[in-house]
Design a binder for this molecule. Structure first.
Ligand code: TXA
Ligand code: MG
Length: 347
């Protein structure tokens, strides 16, 4: 399959009438799958009401069929079509964070969406992305669009159109290049089907921000207890993994450097994931600064790009510094721990 590339400056006016947007939306209406930029990561979009389109998404990604997709909308009115009820707290969260990096789980209205999109669950995950191209595509095609991150299953999520093509060139109808995404980690997934909202996946909207709007917020046990079964099916799979094994390292820069030197003495090529503050502290085969520790948003924005760069460097093993578990640091640590398969070395 020839993968088409559309491109437009995000800041041009009247995106809805832009021929690139109109053409890509036409592909979506014909049940083809199209990768599109959002404010978090690139998504692999397809008509959420079509079994045919949704099957193409799972196929292109190699995604397990029991892992449901997030449905993207441009207009809250669309909820009434496939959501059974909108609880008050969900209403408050939408007022505060939509469009934006927050996915809300609702009870589903049966018989509208492809069963494959929700993996046969009685609930559905929905979000309104905060990206001009995504919103224009959603409005022009007029459909609810199912979109997981546009990577091959297990790989780091894509934050540029080039990352999408690295994984999916030839496997999808097209990719809409809207430049690098901003947030860099995926949306926060919050289950609002229970009285007290529960975070199933940490992401771009922090626990602290959610609590400010709805008061008490719970966190799915699986996020802190490796043995617990996660409520978001996708959270049980290994994700975001670079080709080389990745270890989180808890300790001083000196301790991490000692690990590097030992491996190099064994003849291995070693990578270090650090930040701009500490980049001069290490000597290794590939030392990559992932943003600035003092501004965690910059770490989130650079995270997946950095993980992908270790693949190009062809290192044999990667050691990563740790990050604080508060604010967006919570999402960063969640992704790194998954990329590491929970491998941790402590001083
Ligand atoms: O930022 C994002 O959320 C990106 C962009 C493209 O919107 N999308 C994304 O989708 O990260 P994906 O498929 O990579 O992750 C969706 C997560 C998975 O962990 C999945 O199991 C969970 O949401 N999920 C989807 N529907 C669910 C449901 N009904 N109940 C519980 N978890 C659900
Ligand atoms: Mg994903």
């Amino acid at each position: 399959m020839n993968t088409k590339v559309w491109k437009v400056d995000n800041y041009v006016d009247n995106l809805k009438n832009n021929p690139q947007v109109v053409d890509a939306a036409d592909f979506l209406r014909k049940n083809e799958v199209v990768a599109l930029p959002t404010e978090t990561v690139y998504g692999l979009g397809g008509n959420a009401e079509s079994d045919e389109a949704v099957a193409k998404i799972y196929e292109a990604k190699g995604r397990p069929g029991d892992n449901p997709l997030i449905i993207h909308i441009a207009d809250r009115q669309q909820l009434t079509r496939f959501v059974a009820d909108v609880p008050h707290k969900a209403e408050q969260l939408m007022d505060a964070f939509w469009p934006g990096p927050l996915t809300i789980i609702f009870n589903k209205k049966e018989g509208v969406l492809s069963e494959k999109a929700t993996a046969g669950l009685a609930t559905v995950a929905v979000r309104m992305p905060d990206h001009p191209v995504a919103l224009a595509l959603l409005e022009v095609c007029g459909l609810p669009i199912a979109a997981p991150s546009a990577n091959s299953s297990g790989k780091p999520s894509p934050t540029t159109a080039a990352h999408v093509l690295d994984d999916l060139n030839g496997k999808i109808a097209g990719v809409f290049d809207g430049g690098p995404t901003g947030v860099g980690v995926e949306s926060t997934v919050v289950d609002c089907t229970e009285e007290i909202p529960v975070i199933l996946r940490p992401g771009g909207v922090t626990l602290e921000q959610l609590a400010e709007v709805v008061g008490e917020v719970h966190v799915d046990a699986a996020l802190t207890d490796e043995a617990a079964r996660p409520k978001a099916p996708g959270m049980k799979y290994r994700h975001y993994a670079p080709n080389a094994p990745l270890f989180m390292v808890s300790g001083t820069t000196g301790f991490l450097q000692k690990l590097v030197t030992e491996k190099q003495q064994e003849g291995l090529k070693v990578g270090v994931l650090t930040t701009e503050e500490n980049v001069d502290q290490y000597s290794a085969d590939l030392v990559l600064a992932c943003g600035r520790r003092a501004e965690l948003e910059t770490v989130a924005a650079a995270l997946y790009e950095t993980l992908r760069r270790f693949n190009q460097g062809q290192v044999d093993v990667i050691y990563s510094e740790m990050f604080t578990n508060t604010g967006v640091g919570n999402a960063i640590m969640n992704r790194l721990q998954k990329a590491a398969g929970n491998k941790l070395i402590s001083e």
